[in-house]
Design a protein around this ligand. Structure first.
Ligand SMILES: Cc1cc2nc3c(=O)[nH]c(=O)nc-3n(C[C@H](O)[C@H](O)[C@H](O)COP(=O)(O)OP(=O)(O)OC[C@H]3O[C@@H](n4cnc5c(N)ncnc54)[C@H](O)[C@@H]3O)c2cc1C
Length: 690
């Protein structure tokens, strides 16, 4: 018999250990498939981030822990319940299949920072060992940066740390960062303890909703006394390089954001066609997946009722371990033809460290807080660690931490060779005039304004607009000279940033990339208004409204089929159509140029699959592209944007805040007007369009 376990966490390890003890190797082959080759002991991740233990102490290699179990470091892609097979890949894209007699799905949950705009780009998740190690490096780097700067604003930014969420992991990591930074200030000359700001942002009205109210109050007071600010009933609305925008519109500034909220169902579970409860797999009382006889589910990915109190099991390590143990015993009962038993567990208690040698605990009905609770917390987790070698290692690290200062060494990351992403809110400046950019920027979503100061007027005005797929910062980066324009987000913008070294390597290696760059630089840097002063003067006093043409008679949506869209385009007078979303906001445009793009994409589809193309949705072939001009923009900005994008028309929307289309602007109409002004065409506005 072969039992395949998917996952290498608390539930999987306990299941495999119990089953191995109960069934001999000759009776049953046990295989554990886990993405990582180690089990992460999550309750100690905050200690890793706070540099009070070494990372290897909180991660135990699975093959050393699980004697007599086959351990494979491969990601399981799919569980085929009907065929009793798993599909897994080794990271190279080659997919293999394996038959099982019983399968256990214990793949936990994933962190999901996507629930708050900008969090994915600017916040640290806190789930994997990598997250804790990177956070520790980052925190120490902030102290080095604070030491190096003479600007008090910049120093404050580096010494401000924001933790979103004040459940177990938020409180633990907030407490540890606070302890690490404050206890290390004595090694730096440029800042003191009072300069350090650690803030917990929590949407609830109390921290630690998991523990008793008296303990919550104690934890809050103790943390505040240690210098941690706690913002209750406050939601994080967005994250940027500057910090966290709160629900009330205020900006909480800080160079470090840790996001401990937001979990997502693992893709493996998402693709499993079984009964689910809020994304988690519904289990029968004995922990088999509902409706299955040889498939089991455990831990954070499972929805398991606890027969002790008839409540769903919480997603904690304590429950995952008990489930692993009892499910293994049930599998043995199934093999032996005995009746299985429902999952039942009385919670023993809860422990949470809050930093500064303090913790809160609720054990066997007793509530303890302070140093004693902290001592208990450490003792309990020491005994819970999976192997004796790890227990000794952690005990040694903790002993070391009490006697000696925390380790402040870190590996410097070379950002000039990295690709990162950044999120900006509408109105945020991405780059300022006079700055030398450190990265090449490509817009992934949203619109960006280039603002220039005119010779006559010192006020910066919108010179041109950039949209999805456009780039900026290239000329200043290549010439290492300061920018002559401000770059500002017009809407919410996501930008991919390629470090200067990487950019130089790419530009050096690819002629076509260099050509694209030089074309863009020629268009943008040789300010064409200077070359065409007459055009500039002639357009100066013209209102954009003068050139506004009515909206096309028909508009499309992303749901419109390709056949309908082509028919509508053929019937349209101007050969251009607008695509709107459900709220009538601009989503994209369709003209003959797009049509050629669509045709070239269709050409890549295998001929035998091209039959259904006419019935497919427009949104499958075009992606959202909302580049537009507003009715308040200048004609010069519109002309510069059209020249920059090599387009002959653009949609015009109501305003930045209200992107509903109000008309279209055509280059032909503007050039007709210019000819008119210099006496080369008749003074007939209607005829100018030609
Ligand atoms: C920072 C933090 C602190 C916490 N503190 C506490 C605490 O103090 N007390 C407490 O009780 N609980 C705590 N928890 C919660 C606890 O860690 C989880 O409830 C527990 O880990 C769940 O165990 P699990 O086995 O279901 O999943 P996990 O332990 O998350 O393990 C899932 C495993 O599945 C693997 N995997 C996922 N997808 C695949 C795939 N497709 N193929 C192969 N392998 C896959 C992963 O690599 C991982 O090894 C904490 C959690 C965090 C993040």
């Amino acid at each position: 018999m072969r039992v395949v376990i998917v996952g290498g966490g608390f539930a999987a390890v306990e299941f495999a250990t119990t089953l191995r003890r109960k069934l001999k190797s000759s009776e049953c082959e046990i295989m554990v498939f886990s993405r990582e080759n180690h089990m992460v002991f999550h309750p100690l991740l905050a200690d890793v981030a706070g540099a009070s233990i070494n990372p290897d102490a909180a991660a135990a290699p699975l093959r050393q822990m699980l004697k007599g179990v086959v351990c494979r470091t491969e990601r399981v892609q799919r569980v085929d319940l009907a065929a009793s097979e798993i599909e897994f890949d080794d990271g190279t894209g080659v997919v293999s299949k394996l038959h099982y007699d019983h399968v256990v799905v214990a793949c936990g949950a994933e962190s999901n920072l996507g629930i708050i705009p900008g969090m994915t780009d600017h916040a640290f998740p806190f789930k994997l060992m990598r997250d804790a190690v990177e956070l520790r490096q980052h925190v120490v780097r902030q102290m080095e940066c604070a030491e190096a700067t003479s600007d008090p604003e910049v120093r404050r930014h580096h010494l401000s740390f924001i933790v979103v969420g004040a459940g177990f992991s938020g409180v633990e990591v907030g407490g540890e960062i606070n302890e690490l930074v404050r206890s290390s200030t004595r090694f730096y000359r440029n800042f003191r303890k009072e300069d350090v700001v650690v803030t917990l942002v929590h949407s609830g009205d109390q921290v630690l909703p998991e523990v008793a109210p008296t303990l919550r109050e104690f934890a809050r007071k103790k943390m505040e006394k240690a210098g941690v600010s706690i913002l209750l009933n406050t939601r994080a609305a967005a994250a940027t390089q500057e910090g966290v925008e709160l629900g009330n519109g205020k900006m909480l500034r800080g160079a470090t954001i840790v996001c401990t909220i937001g979990t997502a169902i693992s893709p493996l579970v998402q693709h499993l066609d079984v009964p689910k409860e809020r994304g988690r797999i519904r289990a029968s009382a004995d922990m088999r997946i509902e409706g299955q006889s040889n498939a089991w589910t455990l831990g954070d990915c499972a929805y398991i009722m606890n027969a002790f109190d008839n409540k769903p099991s919480p997603t904690t390590a304590q429950f995952a371990v008990r489930q692993g143990h009892q499910a293994a015993l049930n599998l043995v009962r199934v093999v032996r033809g005995e009746p299985t038993q429902p999952f039942t567990f009385k919670q023993l208690g809860q422990l949470c460290s809050i930093g500064g040698y303090s913790a809160v605990a609720e054990m066997f009905g007793m509530r303890v807080s302070g140093f004693l609770a902290w001592f208990m917390w450490r003792g309990v987790y020491l005994l819970k660690l999976p192997t004796w070698s790890r227990r000794i290692k952690v005990a040694f690290d903790w002993f070391w931490d009490v006697l000696f200062p925390r380790d402040l060494s870190f590996l410097n990351i070379d950002l000039s060779k990295a690709v990162t992403h950044a999120f900006y809110r509408a109105g945020d400046f991405i780059l300022r005039r006079g700055e030398v950019p450190h990265a090449f920027n490509i817009i992934e979503a949203g619109e960006v304004e280039i603002l220039r100061v005119t010779e006559e007027n010192q006020e910066a005005k919108v010179f041109a607009l950039l949209g999805k797929g456009d780039f900026f910062g290239e000329s200043a980066l290549l010439d290492k000279r300061p920018l002559d324009s401000d770059i500002r987000a017009r809407s919410s913008v996501r930008v991919m940033q390629m470090g200067s070294d990487l950019f130089a390597q790419l530009a050096g290696a690819s002629q076509s990339f260099r050509d694209t760059l030089s074309q863009a630089m020629a268009r943008r840097t040789e300010d064409f208004w200077r070359r065409l002063p007459l055009v500039k003067t002639l357009l100066e006093n013209e209102a954009l409204q003068t050139f506004l043409e009515p909206l096309p008679a028909r508009s499309l949506t992303g749901e419109t089929t390709l056949a309908e869209a082509v028919a509508a385009l053929n019937e349209s007078a101007g050969g251009e159509l607008l695509i709107l979303d459900a709220k009538q906001r601009l989503w994209g445009t369709l003209d003959r140029g797009n049509l050629y793009e669509i045709v070239s994409r269709i050409a890549l589809i295998p001929v035998e699959k091209q039959g259904d193309v006419p019935g497919r949705k427009l949104s499958e072939f075009l992606s959202e592209d909302t580049l537009s001009i507003t009715a308040q923009d200048s004609v010069q900005a519109a002309v510069a944007t059209m020249l920059d994008h090599n387009v002959s028309w653009m949609p015009v929307v109501q305003s930045k805040e209200d992107p509903r289309p109000v008309g279209v602007l055509r280059a032909a109409r503007i050039s007709g007007r210019l000819l008119e002004k210099i006496g080369l065409a008749k003074t007939d506005r209607a005829g100018a369009a030609g």
